[in-house]
Design a protein around this ligand. Structure first.
Ligand SMILES: Cc1cc2nc3c(=O)[nH]c(=O)nc-3n(C[C@H](O)[C@H](O)[C@H](O)COP(=O)(O)OP(=O)(O)OC[C@H]3O[C@@H](n4cnc5c(N)ncnc54)[C@H](O)[C@@H]3O)c2cc1C
Length: 389
């Protein structure tokens, strides 16, 4: 068993680490100031300029296949890279990416949606959640009825990331109520100018999702992504594209947070000695270090299963569940170690505290991950001995 990185993995990891240190971390004070004023941390022009800078070194379309101009990196490499990006709260992501399900587009749709999205000219959003259907996504009510050669969409979507900025939405609607999710849900590509409206939703995080309203929105048959009735499988493919990626980012955040806690514990004195000499503080540091280490290997193991072509869903659910819970416990301890300062807005800890909370909710809540993990174990879909048998 070899836990070391290959030369290529190390080089990619080191390049991103340097990029984060040189280009992103210096922006942190300004990002915080802007966010405190309720402005975006980075303007879209600033983000585009940073993405271009990364592109000059070849970092573009991290998981986009090479035939589309991307890097086509493995899951393990992507996880390593996400962990590096997680070391800063500057809201950066590499350019050249597109939703995995857009690769199911036909040639004409690829020209209009996939390629402009990869080029950064168009923005997409993924819209399945509704006011009455979140965890229970099979219960969606948004409908599409046939009218001649067109479809008429009616319904409301909620909590849609990027929904207020998107040029087009990938919308999941019921086209055959009798079949429901088993063959009666279809995915439509719907341009904003086809008539849907969006409204931002204020959240405790620094970026807000949106609600989308479809009121008799008419779309031609050619807007169906994939096949009529096969939309639910596409939705599951989008959600399952990389559950390991969310906790991967949390690895970097936890590394940075624990480093802050160590530095503070070694320098802050109370009752004549650094707080690092107190067992209460040492145990918080120890538990955080152990959990971070466990998280790192759960994430990399799930990514390795993806690269090996194995059914990685169980491993990914474990990594997502553990990452959400432990990252929240770690940021809470780090805040505690900083005392009153941890609670202020002078330090970014409270910002991470709010951001990491989302990890336990979106793309499958803790409870839904546990439901999946328990079902796999109780029904014998996976062995209790793990991937080694
Ligand atoms: C910031 C943000 C961004 C998001 N981005 C998107 C997006 O881009 N696109 C999109 O379509 N959706 C998006 N979502 C929606 C997100 O996926 C849902 O909020 C999530 O799946 C939970 O659904 P819900 O909010 O309806 O909660 P509910 O499903 O109503 O659940 C409420 C509570 O009950 C628990 N629960 C539910 N069922 C069970 C069960 N069977 N057993 C035990 N407990 C259960 C849940 O875990 C939760 O604690 C986003 C949400 C947020 C907050």
């Amino acid at each position: 068993m070899d836990f070391s990185l290959s030369t290529e993995e190390r080089e990619v990891r080191d390049w991103v680490r340097t990029f984060v240190q040189r280009e992103l971390m210096p922006l942190e004070p300004e990002v915080l100031r802007r966010e405190r004023r309720n402005e975006p941390g980075l303007t879209s022009d600033e983000l585009a300029a940073l993405q271009l800078k990364a592109k000059e070194s070849g970092f573009w379309g991290v998981q986009t296949p090479e035939e589309y101009g991307g890097m086509g990196l493995s899951a393990v490499m992507t996880a390593l890279l996400e962990a590096e990006l997680g070391r800063t709260f500057v809201p950066f992501r590499f350019g050249g990416a597109a939703d995995n399900i857009l690769f199911h587009a036909n040639d004409e749709q690829k020209e209009r949606y996939l390629l402009p999205t990869i080029a950064g000219e168009r923005k997409s959003c993924f819209a399945i959640t509704e006011p009455g259907a979140g965890s229970d996504a099979k219960n969606i009510r948004t409908s599409a009825r046939k009218d001649g050669a067109d479809w008429i969409i009616n319904g409301e979507k909620t909590f849609i990331t990027g929904g207020n900025e998107a040029d087009f939405a990938m919308v999941f609607a019921v086209t055959d109520p009798a079949k429901g999710a088993a063959g009666g849900v279809t995915c439509f590509l719907v341009d904003r100018d086809m008539g849907w409206k969006s409204e931002p939703i204020d959240t405790m995080g620094e970026w807000g999702p949106a609600s989308l309203v479809f009121d008799e929105v008419r779309v031609p048959e050619s807007q169906i992504l994939g096949e009529e009735g096969r939309g639910f499988a596409l939705a599951m493919q989008w959600i399952g594209r990389g559950r390991y990626l969310l906790p991967a980012r949390a690895i970097g955040s936890c590394e940075r947070l624990i480093s802050m806690a160590i530095e503070h514990a070694n320098t802050r004195e109370t009752f004549g000695a650094p707080i690092a000499t107190r067992q209460a503080i040492q145990w918080m540091i120890a538990d955080s270090g152990v959990e971070l280490e466990a998280l790192r290997w759960l994430v990399l193991h799930a990514a390795w299963q993806v690269d090996s072509g194995m059914d990685s869903r169980h491993a990914q659910s474990i990594a997502k569940l553990y990452g959400g819970i432990k990252a929240n416990e770690i940021v809470d301890r780090v805040l505690q170690i900083h005392g009153g300062m941890g609670y202020t807005r002078e330090l970014p800890i409270e910002r991470w505290y709010r951001e990491l909370r989302l990890l336990r909710i979106y793309e499958g809540t803790d409870e839904i991950q546990r439901r999946t993990i328990a079902r796999n174990l109780l029904k014998g879909h996976v062995k209790i001995g793990g991937a080694l048998g």
